[in-house]
Every structure is written in structure tokens, then in C-alpha cells.
Design a protein around this ligand. Sequence first.
Ligand SMILES: NC(=O)c1ccc[n+]([C@@H]2O[C@H](COP(=O)([O-])OP(=O)(O)OC[C@H]3O[C@@H](n4cnc5c(N)ncnc54)[C@H](O)[C@@H]3O)[C@@H](O)[C@H]2O)c1
Length: 259
Amino acid sequence: MTTTAAPFPAEKTALVTGAASERGIGRVTAERLASEGWAVAVADLDPIASKSVAEAIAGKFGVRTYGVGMNVADVEQVNAGIDEVEANLPQLVAVANIAGISNPTSYLDIKPEEWDLVLNVNLRGPHFVTQRAARSMVANNVGRIVNISSCSAPMGGGTFSKTAYSTAKAGVEGLTRATARELSPMGVTVNCVAPGPIDTDIMGGTLSDERKEELAAGLLVGRVGTQADIASMVNYLVTEEASFITGQVYDVNGGLWFR
Ligand SMILES: NC(=O)c1ccc[n+]([C@@H]2O[C@H](COP(=O)([O-])OP(=O)(O)OC[C@H]3O[C@@H](n4cnc5c(N)ncnc54)[C@H](O)[C@@H]3O)[C@@H](O)[C@H]2O)c1
């Protein structure tokens, strides 16, 4: 039997997790999607910061927004947060699972609690958000989910973060493929973007010019990435025209490595 997804509704919402960080990929992605006319739900740990970013985006782009506090590692907060988003914004069509934490602790030193935190935020988080969001998307027979992995997954670390992070992000790529297999026949595509080094504050603080130069030296394009480099790929993957793409991981890494 062949199935066809429903068309996108006229008014549609994109939920972006990890979107409150001022210099983060999530914030820039939320702005990019708003600039394309999406209603945007900003989800992050701090409800006040989430609401203030949502208000700023509404003011700048003239779209409907909603800010919600949500620890993505807590299934009850995720479920309640997405309920709230759905009560306040148009049909949920897209999710960008961008919330994440780094972890530079070496393998021989990492304690169980630290390991669990990294796995919980970076892997259980996207799972909880995807599961809850997909229940609504499947009911509407249309949806787009984009996860964020890292070059650290295929490279086995080798960046600021080490084994726990690399393991979690490898899990995100597995989650992408497996959920794509289960959800695509019900109208929901799932894809993943694996960034190389991006100029945010996640690698132990704001990158100095010296650090950027060091990182850029390993990249074919001679510069570190910007948040917009990732946002534009996420933006494409959530468009209606991207309906033939699912279960894929896109390396957006300036040529750090390639398949
Ligand atoms: N910056 C890079 O070089 C780079 C490279 C590869 C992958 N990534 C990934 O990109 C994503 C965004 O990273 P960034 O560089 O913008 O970092 P960032 O620290 O600026 O943003 C991360 C955001 O996630 C939020 N967050 C953290 N834990 C959360 C939780 N439990 N629940 C909800 N929100 C939570 C933070 O509050 C923050 O707003 C992450 O998944 C990261 O692993 C970043």
C-alpha cells in the first residue's frame, strides 16, 4: 500500500528546543523559521528566558510565538510543555531538537551521574520530544522532525566533548533512522544535522579568535561555522518540498571530514 502525507496547513508551528541561548543554534534557527512565516514555539530550561525570546521573535518577525520552560530530559515536562504549545499555537508541523549539553570529561574519569546527565539531555531529550510531537503529527498525517547530532558521533569525539557526548550523539543518529522508519509511512519525516565546530558558547564558553583560528585550520573552508549555517539546513529539511528526504544525517562541517 502506498501512503501520501497530508499537505502542510496554511498556519503551522515549529517547536525549537534549546532556543533561548542568546548565541545558540536554537535561537538562530527559531528566528530563521519565523522569517519563513512559521509560528514558533521556543522551548528551553528557563521559562522566563523562553518567553522573553518568544516575545522578541514575535516582535521582530510578526509571527505568533509561544515560550515554554521545559527540561527535555523530563518526560512529564515535555508532555505538558507540548500540550501548552498546542493549546496556544497553530498545528504543530515541525520540531527541531536542538537542546543539548557538552561534556569534556575524559572516559576514565567520568562518573555515572555525569554520564547519565549527558545521555539524558542529549538522547532521552530528543526521544521524549519526538515521541510526544509525533503523536500529534501522525494524527494529522504530516510532520517534520530534525535532530542535531555532531561531528563527534562519527569521529568518536575528537572535539571539545568526549565519549559520553559522542555516544549520545551517535544515539541521536540511530534515533533518527529508526524513527524515520516507523513514522515516515504516517507522514512524518525525520532527519538529522551533524554540525562541525560552530561559533557558539557550548565548547566551554565563547570562542577566542585564537581558538577559532585553531579550529578553522582543520576545516577545508577556512572558517568555523555560524549558527546560520545550521539553521539554513534545518530550515530546508522542515519545508514541505523536503518530503522525499527521511532518515538522513547531513554533515554541515566545513569539510572537517566526509564520507
Ligand atoms: N556549537 C557547536 O560547535 C556544535 C557542534 C555540534 C553539535 N552541536 C549541537 O548543537 C546543539 C545546540 O548547541 P549550541 O552550540 O547552540 O549550544 P548552546 O549552549 O548555545 O545552546 C544549547 C541550548 O540548550 C539548552 N538546554 C540545555 N539543556 C537543556 C535541557 N535539559 N532542556 C532544555 N533545554 C536545554 C540550553 O539552555 C541552551 O539554550 C546542541 O545539541 C549541540 O550538541 C553544537
